[in-house]
Ligand binder design. Sequence first.
Ligand code: MEV
Length: 284
Amino acid sequence: MIASAPGKIILFGEHAVVYGRHALVSAIDLRCRVEAKKCSEFRVISPLGATGLDLKVHPYITFAIKRFCDFRKIEGAEIIVKSEIPIASGLGSSAAVTVATLKALSYEFGVELDNEEIFETAKKVEIDVQGRASGIDPFISTFGGSWIFPERKKVELPFQFFLIRLWERSTKAMVEKVANLRQRYTEAVDKIFDAIDLIALKAPNCGLEEFEELIYMNQSLLRAIGVSSPEIDEIVSKLEKDGFKVKLTGAGGGGCIFGIFQNKKPDGSILVRPELEGVRIEDS
Ligand code: MEV
């Protein structure tokens, strides 16, 4: 059985959302496809390599299979992954592969899991791997659309976005870095999170010009919590000089920068649109 799930872009609110603040998030039209087949052993084949259950190479799929066994104990499965979502780039590739794996397994093994169960299970998988997570990535991969999270307030985003890929980085490491900073400066960091919260809540009611001002403000606050870097700041400044308003999306430290597309896009960037559909079964 083949299932697919979309990647995502966090417009506003990454990191703050881990501490109960709001974020504005949208699914995007890049998908991860996972095929699950009955098999006598566990095999995982993805762009990362071909392994058995392997927490180093395929941590999300391995934990997804373990968590699936809470619903139905299985002795083997072949999982084949093909993804349009760049890995370790802040675009939700890990959540998409987790959610699509759970959906494909549930259909292949005849276990009825509704979207709430898929989301809750994928959230557990994320915490298994990362230690700390808000659940925003599995939520958006499961349900699609654009939302204020965690309220689940649906919004419409009449924009197309450009994305510039930087370099790969680990979400776990960036989440730990912020946790560390917050431990040392709890009140100051919480005030920054409060400001990010207000930005995320304000954004859905804004026109283009204000939306771009909020992008600038949120990027500055991400810098304040240490998830930008001199290299990233340099790229952001260069783009700002060229007239673009951009911010990191996702955990930062690398990953991707996004902005709103209006006629022109930075060299080397790709365009993505909000995606309405979440996880789904594909025709094989
Ligand atoms: C990662 O896409 C977003 C973070 O806020 C982590 C999380 O919410 O789990 C950095």
